[in-house]
Design a protein around this ligand. Structure first.
Ligand SMILES: [Zn+2]
Length: 339
């Protein structure tokens, strides 16, 4: 059985906003059985985020040539060695892939999604995202031979770590998993040992569908939900059961996954989430033990002071604090999910 563990602590103080009457607050600490992530869910209200405004980033990006724009990409981006990829770069349906000039993994590529220099979150169409995921899958097949674990990652705009405005993914594949992937794999293996080979992703999906509070729905190969122990204020997850990875997905399944991403991005824009990160974690071979998971997390500034949602707690304690319970996030997302 998967354990969705919550411990609650109570704290009290005399509240200046209630004529110094006693305020009692409950702090939840949650542990996610899929990843081992620990998160604190608090119960205070937050102001809504304002509408997204990227004007300053767009203007700054126009001060120098953009290497990912169609007129520059040929002469300003890297190419593969001829013995690795004779054509130098991979292109498909408006997307282009080439080596990352600032690599941090054995196989590390940049995938420019489109010819457009800037798109709002809601402008990433399912077709464009499906094309990018399918190109990522092709790139792993051709360029990540001998690697075991991979990810398709996205920093959307500067507060999320993007160096350029022009929409691009980063692909990474290596022999060893990243720390988070190792945690996922470790929990999957422990679950399989304890439950006679059971698939942790399938069991997690079943438990969450039954609980219902964080459930969004099944869409093609993936179940979509808000994670029990979130890694951000807005954190949405897709989970693919059955020892599958990105490379096992057929075009129609990739299209469904892309549709899910596009729905979440539409919701992000409506909520004022103007910066986000995405990671799709995937094994490259069946049996490598890594459940296939996609996460989309906000990177917002909290009004009115523009406070970064990441602080010492995430950076130095490896825990997240959120004041938007995932159950409430799911409730707010469902109308967008239904379309
Ligand atoms: Zn550009």
């Amino acid at each position: 059985m998967l354990k969705f563990d919550i411990t609650r602590a109570q704290t009290r103080f005399l509240d200046p906003f209630k004529k110094f009457e006693t305020s009692t607050l409950v702090i939840e600490t949650r542990k996610d059985p899929l990843s081992g992530d620990q998160a604190r869910v608090l119960s205070f209200r937050a102001r809504p985020l304002g509408p997204i405004d990227h004007q300053a980033y767009i203007e700054r990006s126009q001060e120098r040539p953009c290497p990912f724009c169609p007129e520059n990409i040929e002469r300003m981006t890297t190419r593969y060695l001829p013995q690795e990829l004779p054509e130098g770069r991979l292109s498909q349906g408006g997307a282009t892939l080439f080596p990352n000039a600032f690599p941090y993994e054995a196989m590390n590529a940049v995938l420019v999604l489109c010819r457009e220099h800037y798109l709002r979150p809601s402008q990433f169409t399912p077709d464009m995202l499906a094309n990018a995921l399918s190109l990522a899958s092709l790139a792993f097949k051709r360029l990540a031979k001998g690697q075991n674990y991979a990810s398709v990652n996205w920093n959307y705009l500067m507060p999320a770590g993007a160096g350029l405005v022009h929409p691009h993914f980063q692909l990474a594949a290596g022999k060893a998993p990243t720390r988070f992937q190792a945690a996922l794999r470790g929990h999957a293996r422990a679950h399989a040992r304890a439950q006679e080979g059971a698939d942790i992703a399938a069991d997690y999906i079943q438990a969450e569908r039954q609980a219902g509070e964080r459930w969004l729905g099944r869409l093609g190969p993936a179940a979509w939900l808000t994670p029990f122990a979130p890694r951000a204020i807005f954190d949405v997850m897709a989970l693919i059961p059955g020892d599958k990875g990105l490379l096992d997905l057929k075009p129609a399944q990739i299209a469904k996954l892309a549709e899910g991403i596009s729905r979440v991005l539409g919701f992000f824009e409506a909520e004022g989430v103007g910066a986000f990160n995405m990671a799709l974690h995937t094994q490259l071979k069946p049996g490598a033990g890594l459940p296939c998971m996609l996460r989309l997390v906000s990177r917002v500034d909290i009004p009115p002071m523009g406070v970064d949602e990441i602080n010492y707690f995430e950076k130095l304690h490896d825990e997240m604090i959120t004041f938007l319970p995932p159950e409430e996030l799911a409730q707010r997302l469902r109308p967008h999910w239904a379309g």
